[in-house]
Write a protein that binds this ligand. Structure first.
Ligand code: SF4
Length: 698
């Protein structure tokens, strides 16, 4: 159908507004208006928000309307403008109309009747016949019919993956990585990916066979409850085979989703935890973590949300469908919207094909790089992606994260385990090399995979990726049995990618071992995935232990505004921050870069701790500098940086013989008179009076 003329659009929308208002006013629902610019938008795992001068444009009026309900408004509806930062296409626009309503009735039947009445009103406004009838169907039953898979609706990510078996690679494409069964954010992300893939293969074709039937899809799995109440009872029926349901539905007209509704969750604690999980998943996807809507959560607590059900309906799509269009632009009165910017969803890049699509690799090189990516993992976080794009093709950060064919060149001296961890690993996930401290590796997953990493052949394996509570117990038992261990160093992988819950549990267990006094965490996360640093994460790290965070960073370009804010959050929480860097050819092996790096660290309250000479990991020869060059660089830093900015230049002796400082040396000679170099190249004699005093008299 050709797009409507302007006058036809005006008539269509005017008629629809009139009919909708008539329906609600005649059934006792009052119209309200809430703010468009808000301090706390609704937090959803997949929806990005538009900033508005320190606040946000509302993604829906849901939270504001529920606050009105809690304070006694009675049944209400609103035709609101809502905003979402998402790709613009025939069904999406960044600004759109949401019809939202709430009835003080916990039954979803009443609001479903509303959906059917509003659809009818919109088709009437367009002069068209609506759906001939409506069908109500159970999502979990439909999955069972199409896949032969009986799901309970509360499987963890691991459980769902296991049930899918060989089909997991198809139905969980795009799911977050991780094997932590307690990670609710991971579980939510895995189910979201499953439903998206299943819908594409089964539900969309199923809907296509019903062009004149309205469909209400109900009985969602409990793990996808968002802001809906849950129970073990399917909608209006008896308990079903151990299943747990979210009391929510989605409505479809002519194959297009036009509404979703909930029996509303009223428990503020459960709601808080679901919002935190959504934020966790947002962080994994590279979306900003959003502030929790405290005033909404307080209203849930007191006076409390009355029993109610609510629906959000996308009017642009519905009127497009009613008018027989194929694009919301065909019937819109937003005449200027084709010029709206299209935003790109932020996800980590995890394959060479994705790097090529992002312009970071020549597409012709993707096939040739397969042997590299077969051996060594790839991941580039959105934050580091932006820096690399900003730097251009010759920038120093690209070398750290984008794979090259040079990684296939392996020198005989290079090894899988260049610093000899295996020799000193009495139990899985633990390295005990020095008497008073141990490394504990709770995960081998990272936000980014560094091309020079000395554990590059271990990191990123999703199967061995996270030590489950059962698998971490032998390591904790070992620490308990060795009273000389005073310091536990969490490393990996990157410990800060673990779920907040898992981290807190681990910190608590380590803190319960009386002889452990110090906890150290080695991480790249604050700079490469700054959204992960939240108040909840900082709170999870609190314990009786002296906590130090050691930041891995190699170049001043890694310090984005968000990264600097994340460091400030840690420093403001009173956590001492140290850094370790690797001296890398082509990235930081020049004095100016190192000066910039160590200065920016100190400016952000991070004390430079170690500069590592690169380890002999396989396929890392293109990063290697000589010891002589490293010592010369360190000597040059002495003249330009304060002592506070100076790290110690160290080498891990291959084979596991420990880490030692490797210079430079400013003192030469022996006995009572030494030669000492000053930072600017001068040489001075130093008479050691102490040695003279101690020397035997003849
Ligand atoms: S973040 Fe650390 S553990 Fe992970 S790949 Fe980089 S250097 Fe290796």
């Amino acid at each position: 159908m050709p797009s409507l003329s302007v006058s036809q659009r005006v008539v269509l929308w005017n008629q629809a507004f009139t009919e909708i208002r008539r329906h609600f006013c005649c059934t006792g629902v009052q119209e309200v208006s809430t703010a468009i610019r808000v301090a706390h938008p609704a937090i959803e795992a997949d929806i990005d928000v538009l900033a508005a001068d320190g606040q946000f444009l509302a993604t829906s009026p849901e939270l504001a309307m529920k606050e009105l309900l809690a304070h006694g408004s009675g049944p209400i509806f609103q035709i609101a403008h809502a905003f979402r930062k998402e790709a613009v296409d025939h069904l999406h626009r960044e600004e759109f109309h949401l019809l939202e309503w709430y009835r003080l009735d916990e039954s979803l039947d009443t609001v479903l009747n509303d959906v059917e009445a509003v659809v009818k009103a919109c088709f009437k406004a367009a002069g068209a016949a609506g759906p001939t009838h409506w069908l109500r169907t159970s999502l979990l039953d439909l999955i069972e019919d199409t896949l032969g898979l009986a799901l309970e609706g509360q499987e963890s990510a691991v459980g769902l993956r296991r049930k899918l078996g060989e089909d997991a690679s198809v139905y969980l494409a795009g799911a977050p990585e991780g094997v932590d069964p307690d990670d609710a954010g991971l579980t939510l992300g895995t189910w979201n990916a499953f439903l998206a893939n299943w819908s594409q293969r089964h539900f969309v074709p199923w809907l296509r066979q019903k062009p004149h039937t309205g469909v209400h899809l109900c009985d969602f799995p409990a793990v996808m409850s968002a802001m809906a109440a849950t129970s073990d009872t399917a909608w209006g029926s008896a308990p079903a085979r151990g299943r747990r349901f979210a009391h929510r539905f989605e409505s479809f007209v002519a194959g297009i989703e036009c509404a979703n509704g909930y029996r509303e969750l009223r428990d503020s604690q459960v709601q808080r935890s679901r919002l935190e999980n959504a934020n966790r998943l947002r962080a994994w996807r590279g979306l900003p973590v959003l502030p929790l809507p405290e005033s909404f959560l307080a209203a849930l607590e007191h006076p409390g949300l009355p029993p109610c059900a609510g629906v959000a309906m996308g009017l642009d799509r519905l009127l497009m469908t009613a008018a027989g269009g194929t694009s919301i632009q065909d019937s819109s009165t937003f005449l200027m919207t084709p010029s709206y910017p299209s935003s790109i969803r932020r996800r980590s890049l995890r394959t060479t094909a994705q790097l090529a699509a992002a312009g970071l690799l020549d597409p012709a090189s993707v096939a040739a790089l397969e042997p590299v990516t077969h051996k060594f993992q790839v991941a580039l976080s959105p934050t580091m992606h932006d820096v690399i794009v900003h730097e251009g093709p010759e920038g120093p950060l690209r070398r750290q994260f984008v794979p090259t064919l040079q990684e296939l060149e392996v020198a005989p001296e290079e090894s899988v385990d260049p610093i000899g961890d295996t020799r000193f690993s009495p139990v899985q996930g633990l390295v005990h090399r020095y008497p008073d401290r141990v490394l504990l590796l709770p995960t081998l997953l990272c936000s980014v995979y560094c091309r020079f990493c000395f554990r590059r052949e271990q990191v990123g394996d999703p199967e061995r990726g996270v030590l489950t509570p059962e698998r971490v117990e032998p390591a904790l038992h070992y620490i308990r049995q060795h009273p000389m261990i005073a310091e536990v160093i969490l490393t990996g992988g990157d410990p800060l990618i673990l779920s907040t819950h898992r981290l807190q549990s681990l910190v608590t267990q380590v803190a319960a071992i009386p002889h452990v006094r110090v906890l150290r965490i080695h991480t790249r996360v604050p700079l490469v995935e700054p959204a992960r640093i939240t108040a909840a994460l900082v709170a999870a790290l609190r314990s009786r232990l002296a906590l130090y965070i050691v930041l891995h960073t190699n170049h001043p370009s890694e310090f984005t505004d968000a990264g600097i804010a994340a460091l400030a959050q840690l420093a403001n929480a009173g956590i001492p921050l140290l850094s370790q860097s690797v001296l890398l050819k082509g990235t930081n092996n020049d004095v100016d870069t190192l000066v910039g790096l160590f200065r920016i660290l100190v400016h952000n309250r991070v004390k430079p701790y170690y500069l590592h000479h690169p380890d002999l990991a396989k396929g890392t020869g293109h990063f290697r500098v000589s010891l002589e060059e490293g010592r010369a660089l360190m000597r040059a830093l002495r003249g330009r940086l304060s002592g506070l900015c100076q790290p110690t230049y160290v080498l891990d002796i291959p084979g596991g013989h420990g880490k030692v400082p490797v210079g430079p040396t400013f003192l030469h000679g022996s006995g009572a008179v030494y030669q000492i170099d000053d930072p600017w190249g001068g040489v001075h004699s130093y008479k050691d009076l102490g040695a003279e005093f101690l020397a035997p008299k003849v």
